[in-house]
Design a protein around this ligand. Sequence first.
Ligand code: DGL
Length: 300
Amino acid sequence: MNNAGSESQSEKDRSRPIGIFDSGVGGLTVYRALHDRLPNERFIYLGDTARVPYGTKSLATVERYALENSAFLASLGIKMLVVACNTASALALPSIREKIGLDVVGVIGPGGRRAVEVTTDEPAPRIGVIATEATVSSNAYKEAIRRASERAAILQSGCPLFVPLAEEGWTHEPETYSIARRYLADMKEFAPHALVLGCTHYPILRDVIAETLGESVKLIDSGIATADEVADLLREKGMANPNTIAGERRLCDDLDNFYVTDAAERFARVAERFLGVQPSKLEAIEVYGADEVKSENVEG
Ligand code: DGL
């Protein structure tokens, strides 16, 4: 995390929303974790549905998209940025931090650290990571785990078809189990103590993954680990919203804003599948060239 936020934030700064971006709809699992953990915060979510998937694209392309998304959110006056997309976190976090004058939290570090935490009692911990092809090739999770533990054995595996299966809502179909058995055959042999669900969509397929690998494997939801670290950061930096939000918060209520770069109707449909509810405030926008107007409204 960078230290861009000042120690004594003004009330106006602290009451700003938190920005979240993903390549599309999958980041809603991270939004849900943040919303559950931080009911007194407001969120602005951007899904880059025009350019999804990121998981099969090159570093240069993902970096460019990530910078445009970040600049768009910064121009809306957010107080902190959460990069919900594992692929963008793996490939573009340093560039985003360099360009955006805000605290930026990705999902890789928190997910990797959580996997190490839950396996510390094992004499020879084994940690598995499943993710998109781009995240696996970047070795970002491997490095994050290695930074937290020198002794963990690590196995990574790409599971690209899990993304469309989750979006289709095929969470318990025989085809999904069969694909999971094929993708996770080496992982099953490796017998990890913990498995990082290193892609936004994989928590949706939690049951299939748990049944395929055996219920004793601890499944790490990077979104939940990230929400905990965001809560700590807000507290440490005195950046939590000072104004109590009255009444019960609901996912996707009208205090949170959702933007997509294409196909808003499909996003709303899949959002309902993932969260049980459609966003109250959803708008289609363009982010191309947004890095030209970056940070206009952001003072902190
Ligand atoms: N959001 C992406 C991730 O977490 C998965 C979908 C994609 O490939 O863009 O890596």
